[in-house]
Design a binder for this molecule. Structure first.
Ligand SMILES: O=C(O)CCC(=O)C(=O)O
Ligand SMILES: [Fe+2]
Length: 390
């Protein structure tokens, strides 16, 4: 029987069919390789973009540092070498005490000019001489009498947005790690970060903002030494305190902090609470409430909660101090005095965020230590109980 012509032709087609199969396999392999290369290229692009934005942040942070003498605000007097030298009336070396505590230092000035008895006369004299205007004079009077000042709209909204975006990115990338610090099961916001400026250079644009450094210089008459930052998405609900037990200076009073609102602050979000005039109450140090020199080393914050915080509550009551709440608008800044009593008020509604940055500044030439833990602030740079080792 004769074979069908197709069947007769089959031996000729077989190598062609095989070849085609081989080509198809190769094509498939090449396609897979192409897809892999495409993914790798996309990943490289993303990494490149992240690197570029880090470079941009670093550049703007370094510009901010260089532009501290911004022309939009009267530049603080350029300090010469002497202005950064120790200025206490009774010299004490920063390393004099292995365990520095307030009672070991001499009681010596100079105290900051607005803490002195002649502050009013000084303000008048400066006004008359034309070295300050009515706005500054009013702020100085507020500082002297109430222990705080508010700078409305001091930080540009676009700067705040860029800085916060950089901060969020650092959290997403795992560069900044934060605990949830949940105030309740429905608390949607992450906790606070201490010293985020060390990891997110963009934060220096606010910490070292020319206007903020300018006001530290005006209030303290010494160049600012920006020291520590805290960022938060939400209210801290931190009990009332004066920062001088956490960050102490010799001579006394050369610490200040600025609280910067990154959004309009809702009254139910647990705004910053402060007590106008409380800076004039006596400073309360560890020894005053019976906290021993080694107490922090041995039992962490126990003594702080059990001895210091209750004493502050008593002091507020005894002196009829009234709470005020910082219902800030985005970009507003509140500076507080080294001894102004403040804290984080109750978060009445956990859904409200309270995005903010706190900057703490010492001044150059002051000795800085940490009265509560009797240590150097570099060894223990924490403040406001971010390290709750108890
Ligand atoms: O933001 C707050 O609620 C309080 C912050 C505070 O006390 C501080 O940083 O010194
Ligand atoms: Fe504080």
């Amino acid at each position: 029987m004769r074979k069908h012509p197709i069947l007769r032709a089959l031996p000729f087609f077989r190598p062609l069919i095989k070849n085609n199969e081989r080509l198809e396999k190769e094509h498939e392999k090449l396609n897979q390789k192409f897809q892999r290369l495409k993914t790798a290229a996309a990943e490289r692009d993303t990494r490149l973009q992240a690197l570029e934005s880090s470079v941009a942040e670093l550049r703007s942070a370094s510009e901010a540092v260089q532009n501290n003498h911004d022309h939009s605000v009267a530049a603080p007097a350029t300090p010469d070498a002497d202005e950064n030298a120790p200025f206490a009336e009774v010299a004490v070396s920063p390393h004099s005490f292995e365990k520095p505590r307030f009672e070991k230092f001499p009681y010596a000035g100079p105290f900051p000019w607005l803490d002195r008895d002649d502050a009013d006369a000084q303000i008048k004299a400066r006004l008359a001489a034309g070295t300050i205007g009515e706005y500054e004079a009013e702020q100085f009077r507020c500082w002297k009498e109430k222990g705080y000042i508010i700078l409305e709209g001091a930080i540009e909204p676009e700067v705040l947005d860029e800085v916060w975006t950089a901060y969020e990115r650092a959290i997403a990338d795992g560069v900044v790690k934060i605990d949830p610090e949940k105030a309740g099961p429905d608390d949607p916001w992450p906790g606070r970060a201490q010293d985020p400026h060390m990891k997110v250079p963009a934060i220096c644009r606010v910490m070292r903002h020319p206007k903020l450094l300018h006001w530290v210089q005006l209030l303290m008459e010494h160049e600012a030494a920006p020291f520590q930052t805290i960022t938060s998405h939400k209210g801290s609900q931190q009990k009332e305190h004066s920062d001088s037990i956490h960050m102490t200076t010799y001579p006394l009073g050369y610490l200040t902090a600025s609280w910067v609102a990154f959004e309009d602050i809702h009254p139910d979000s647990g705004p910053l609470v402060y007590y106008p005039g409380s800076h004039l109450l006596p400073y309360v140090f560890s020894k005053d409430v019976g906290i021993q020199e080694d107490e922090y080393r041995e039992s962490g914050f126990k003594g702080y909660y059990e001895k210091y915080e209750p004493r502050i509550q008593e002091l507020l009551k005894e002196n009829g101090m009234e709470p005020h709440y910082f219902h800030a608008k985005k970009g507003d800044v509140l500076f507080w005095h080294a001894n102004l009593i403040h804290g984080g008020s109750t978060r009445r509604d956990l859904k409200h965020s309270r995005r903010a940055l706190v900057n703490h500044y010492f001044v150059k030439g002051a000795v800085c230590y940490h009265d509560f833990s009797a240590s150097n602030p570099k060894e223990f740079s924490s403040t406001c109980l971010l390290k709750q080792e108890t």
